[in-house]
Write a protein that binds this ligand. Structure first.
Ligand SMILES: [Cu+2]
Length: 297
């Protein structure tokens, strides 16, 4: 386990919030952690929406801000200019954002089957309208996550669904694994994901040689964790500086079940994503015994 002192300030907030939620969740089963006022009190904030009080990406509006999409249907089989805006409670389009991991807004597009993942950085015009080119998508339903921080506001992740018309081909989520390959790179996830606070590290290798990745978004890699079933979004962050060839994150898994982890890394200026399926066991008792099924590793 890692100590709070090793974490960045943001990660500490995440740890506190999800740590509290996970402790309650494991005691009484699934709950609506979003309405659990104790998690707000846990870090002393009076702001109704703090950075990571609850799983994010489940609502199109919260904390006084709303995600508005130009279109909720995206044509199949061709790259498309995708447009949207963030609107506040007064109906005003937000034009000023604070940078978060070197960008004013991160847009994640994830297929409902949790297989196809895009991490994009849209550009904003003077009116507050954002656009980004989305590559050709296969038919199906997708969740769009906008991760941003209005100037002097709290970090929010709003979610909305879009559809790409056409016949949907069933794609199975890959089996849980600690090793994945992408474009000839072998990415290994070390550590055992478990309820609550889990330290996970990643190494990238090519031809058996572990590589030092390029700095990307202010770190040596970027990790997004999404929960199966509702696509709740857990934005996790590296623990260490960008000089290490081993990228270590603290991920907080608020509940048991399946998650997908998307590890973005950059080598020679090209960003790639390694995707992992993770199964979190139901309960860990005080004596350390597992209550139910657990992956055999
Ligand atoms: Cu980003």
């Amino acid at each position: 386990m890692n100590t709070a002192g090793k974490l960045a300030a943001f990660a500490t907030v995440v740890a506190v919030a999800f740590g509290a939620a996970a402790a309650v969740g494991s005691a009484v089963g699934p709950i609506d952690v979003g309405s659990d006022s104790a998690t707000h009190d846990a870090h002393g904030g009076s702001d109704p929406i703090r950075a990571a009080d609850h799983p994010r990406g489940l609502a199109i509006a919260e904390g006084g801000y709303r995600l508005t999409l130009d279109d909720t249907v995206v044509p199949r089989g061709e790259a498309t200019a995708f447009g949207f805006a963030i609107v506040d409670d007064d109906g005003e389009t937000v034009t000023a954002f604070d940078e978060l991991h070197e960008r004013p807004l991160h847009l994640i597009v994830l297929s409902r089957n949790m297989v196809d993942y895009l991490h994009l950085h849209p550009t904003i015009d003077s009116t507050g309208h954002w656009t980004v080119e989305v590559p050709a998508l296969a038919p199906g339903s997708y969740r769009v996550f906008a991760d941003f921080q209005p100037a002097d506001g709290a970090n929010l992740t709003l979610g909305a669904d879009i559809t790409v018309p056409g016949e949907v081909v069933d794609v199975e989520v890959p089996e849980a694994s600690h090793i994945e390959s992408v474009d000839g790179y072998t990415v290994t996830m070390n550590g055992t994901p478990a309820l609550g606070d889990s330290e996970l590290s990643f190494t990238v290798a090519r031809d058996g040689q572990v590589l030092r990745t390029d700095p990307y978004l202010g770190a040596a890699g970027h990790l997004v964790a999404i929960r199966g079933g509702d696509l709740a979004y857990l934005h996790v962050h590296p623990n260490e500086d960008d000089s290490s060839p081993v990228v270590t994150f603290t991920a907080e898994f608020p509940t048991a079940g399946m998650y997908r982890l998307f590890f973005d890394f950059s080598v020679n200026g090209t960003v790639r994503t390694a995707s992992f399926t993770v199964d979190i066991a139901d309960t860990v008792h005080a004596d350390g015994a597992m209550d139910s099924h657990q992956e055999g590793h």
